[in-house]
Design a protein around this ligand. Structure first.
Ligand code: IMP
Length: 416
């Protein structure tokens, strides 16, 4: 018998509060694994008054008993990873990096930023970290993998050849100096080699040993390369299926799926967001919810819960329970809206169509409530808040098993 790995996944456009739930859940797991994305992701976790910024390292790092895996589906910037590692002591034996993860190099970020400038008002609004170019190289089969760091000489030659082949695109990006590149790669190798391993074999072994494994998604379903609002998406498979390819496990290895959704909606960057509120309510959500990006500091676009997108996300990820985050941010509104369908070219649509660009929201209104902040018992929530949660369960066809009412680890209601 082997155990099954539980999974947490973002159900909206990222920033749903996965960090808080991952941190909460990671306390009871032996292994926490990242399967997609790169240092575009980010969350801050406060433990014993000390702030930790996590971008690439899984949340289990804050539980001294948990081990952490960075899977092959991740694009890893050695420079940023090493910087992030420096926040922690004694990582050896607690952190494992897949030898098959792709390396994100500084020129990927330069290319990302240059492409965005060239796109003008059609820019995606990326984090500028080089995620798209790194995944493009992977898919075009010209990428470099972490395991190649074990032969820096060969890797340096390969990188220089890669630059020569791309000289028509890299107009402002010079070919690296071979000696400097060798030094840089050796520096990465010296620090990272104790952590690099075949993480697929490792995860199979720990599942066979019936260890408790948590798979930690990054970004959100609506940013998925296939199922999000393309092209305004990130470049990886953010949905639960990405855990299989991004770690080398099969669908039967996956156990309980917890989908994370905010009680309202936010999005960073450009692209369709039908339930965005550009007025006072949106501003109030931004201020009350502190909706500014962790990685880029950008103000997030804010709006009402989109039940159509949430239902889509529940189905596509096979969600068993929803963790509904930041319910308290809705405290004090007289009226709360939920997008229950879209109007597109005069037609009512209640699923995610090919293109959301012209979708207008059709809202259902709910009465507001006061004082849900800090409540830790479901029965003590204001009646309006309970009604809202029951209505969401009905609309998206999924149980809300966890409700978060504040930033503290303890401001979390677990419903039996
Ligand atoms: P990229 O992942 O940097 O290429 O950015 C592509 C899109 O995904 C942009 O709209 C970003 O704002 C968005 N994005 C990437 N990472 C995150 C995240 O962690 N939270 C929210 N949005 C993100």
């Amino acid at each position: 018998m082997s155990s099954r790995a539980d999974l947490i996944v973002g159900l909206q456009w990222g920033d749903e509060g996965k960090g808080k739930i991952a941190d909460h859940m990671a306390q009871t797991y032996d292994f926490v694994c990242r399967f997609a994305g790169g240092h575009n992701a980010g969350h801050t976790i406060v433990v014993n008054g000390k702030k930790h910024a996590l971008h690439l390292i899984p949340s289990g790092i804050l539980n001294p008993k948990a081990k952490n895996i960075v899977g092959n589906g991740v694009v890893l910037s050695p420079h940023n990873f090493i910087e992030e590692m420096s926040q922690f002591d004694n990582l050896e034996g607690r952190l494992f990096i897949s030898d098959k993860a792709h390396i994100l190099l500084p020129h990927h970020a330069l290319l990302d930023q240059a492409k965005e400038i060239r796109k003008g008002d059609k820019a995606i609004g990326t984090t500028g970290k080089g995620i798209g170019p790194a995944y493009s190289d992977k898919i075009a089969r010209v990428g470099h993998r972490v395991g190649e760091l074990f032969d820096c000489e060969k890797l340096a030659s390969k990188i220089i050849k890669y630059f020569e082949h791309h000289s028509n695109i890299f107009i402002d990006i010079p070919i690296p100096n071979r000696d400097e590149l060798m030094e840089e790669l050796k520096g990465y190798r010296d620090i990272l080699s104790p952590y690099i391993t075949d993480t697929t074999q490792l995860i199979w072994r720990v599942l066979d040993e019936e260890k408790r494994v948590l798979l930690e998604g990054a970004q959100g379903t609506m940013l998925d390369i296939d199922h999000g609002t393309y092209p305004y998406v990130t470049s990886s498979t953010t949905i639960s299926a990405g855990a299989c390819s991004g770690l080398g496990i099969n669908h039967r290895d996956i156990g309980e799926v917890t989908g994370i959704a905010k009680a309202y909606c936010t999005r960073v960057g450009n692209g369709p967001f039908p339930s965005e509120d550009l007025g006072e309510d949106g501003e109030r959500l931004r201020v009350n919810g502190h909706e500014f990006g962790t990685t880029t500091g950008r103000p997030r676009r804010c709006g009402w819960l989109d039940a159509v997108a949430l239902r889509h996300a529940v189905r596509i990820n096979g969600v068993d329970q929803i963790a509904l985050m930041k319910l308290d941010v809705l405290d004090g509104f007289n009226e709360i809206k939920v997008c229950v369908a879209y109007e597109i070219n005069g037609k009512r649509i209640d699923y995610i169509p090919y293109d959301l660009e012209d979708a207008k929201p059709i809202y259902k209104k709910f009465e507001g409530w006061d004082n849900s902040a800090g409540i830790r018992d479901f029965n003590r929530l204001p009646a309006g808040a309970k009604e809202y949660i029951f209505a969401i369960e009905e609309m998206v066809k999924c149980r809300v098993g966890v409700v978060s009412t504040g930033p503290d680890r303890e401001d979390t209601i677990i419903r039996e």
